[in-house]
Design a protein around this ligand. Sequence first.
Ligand SMILES: [Zn+2]
Length: 632
Amino acid sequence: MERSTLIRLTGIAILFLSIVIGSWVLFGPRSVQHIDIPDQAFHRFPGVSGPDHATVVPPRVPTAWTTYGEGSKSRLAILLTDPDSSWLGLAHGLKSIGVPFRITRDVREALTHQVVLVYPVISGKVLSSEALQALAEFPKAGGTLIGLQVLGGGLNETFGFREALVSRQRYDLQLAESDPLLAELTDPRERHLRVGIRAKGIEVMGTYGYTESVAPLARFDDGTAAITQKTYGQGRAYAIGLDLGFLLLKGYNNRGEELVQTYDNQFDPTLDVWLRLLKSIYRTAHTGAVTLGTVPFGKSLSVMLTHDVDFTQSIKNAVDYAEYEKSQGLVGTYFIQVKYIRDYNDDIFFNDEGVRYLARLADLGMELGSHTIAHSKVFNRFPMGTGREAYPAYTPFVKDRTTAFNASILGELRVSKFLIDHFSGQSIVSFRPGELSNPFSLPQALLATGYQYSSTATANNSLTHLPYQLNYDRLTDSEVELFEFPVTIEDEELPKMGDRLPEALEVARQISRYGGVMVVLIHPNILDHKLAFEKGFVEGVRFYAWFGSVGEFGRWWAARNQVQLDVAQGERGGTVTITTPESVAGLTLEVPGGWRFDPSRLSMKGIEQRGTFVTLPELKGVHTLTFATGSR
Ligand SMILES: [Zn+2]
């Protein structure tokens, strides 16, 4: 067995073992145990009961790599050398950053593309000698070859190194001082990347350090090359010394404890740098490369103003925030705790008065979402439940920080949605748990109960400032049609939020340099400095940001996720074919420098070009855009 595979499998085995042990230790019978709730601790809405239907959690269906098997030669080709790998992390990462790609297992097919990324490993164990020979010839013929974990197969010279040395003792890597590929990576937190944090004392993923590499793009802390670079005229070869798909999934699955540095409020672009580097290599290598922008309508930053309503006074104050947002033409997302039971946490506020405020928020055009019923710190340890939980019989009761009775994941999700839908007239699709408590089974539970968008993780925990798609059980192999928009800035850290506006604006500026998302969380428990912060923040980013609710941005992002982008390059310019199964407005293309949209070839109105950025009007179906180079 390959050492890399061994390392990966050992890692996965440890992961599973810790899940099993964790479940055994943590799943007490306490959340299942039933206790009776006295009448005075329960708010009864006369005549209201439901939901009536049963929820069935879908089975786990591994995603086939062939899902991503289609596409023209203009795309980056992933040559998949082992389907039993973390390729889904790589696929989700490339979709997020907007690099069009396709996956193939056929070497000859891959080599018809201009840019080929071999994943997860290059070695004589997974590739025939003919295949290895063809890969070696590829950069010499002008192609760009990116090899992940190049372990052998006689390609060391092709990538420009002597040996690949495995280690679990590498924690950091540093980008090279100057290289055109790295020109946009200017922040110190982009130049210095982590594999792990030594002081945490937790085992980190194995990496391969390449020896005797001339002018590598990055070096590990032990001096070996993390990314080699070798030039052949137009051709290029890069060897990357770690399993990038596995690293991406550590962030997306919130399982990267050994390399998470901060909880929130900070700029931490760990995963984003890797994706931007791949994008940079693709755009540099491919003369007709067109990539898909990350922010609606060509703006630089996507901002979502969100509010967790989880305190008696908050539901009333929420209306003040909503009135301000409406006055600015903005739509905020209000995650409502459906608090119809008095317990350890708080008094009842989802009552007759509470639902009047809820209706007012809906009238003001705000998006409503669920913030659970129990708001329990140990939501992540709740049992899945029966899928038949319904109001008023469902009576979750929080006894203390670590104990809740009568509670289940499905109960929290489906009963809260039922009541918010009932009293708001909306059909809610967005969810954020209390205390950001995140059960492993949450993705499929959300899907089963009718949610589409989650804001459960923090950006710093996820190691990214871009949205991402979720996987079943937060594992490696089965994607779920659900997207995560992690919290960037929140109001509970000290100093108080009103004193942190300059820092927040600086984080926004850093993220806007590559089109990330900024999810702001403000609890409307008070107005004062928090509302002042919101106003200051809106003014500070308004000139470059796009604003929307989680639902609005989620719909845009989900539609973007289905976009197919292919380019036919001509002598003077190229033709871009964009396929959008869902109707969506404000997609942005980043075209090669010098390409100019030729409106005479299209009846579509409303296409705008600024430099290399082309913003598209509402589209659905297949459209072809022609671009010309040179002067008109
Ligand atoms: Zn909360």
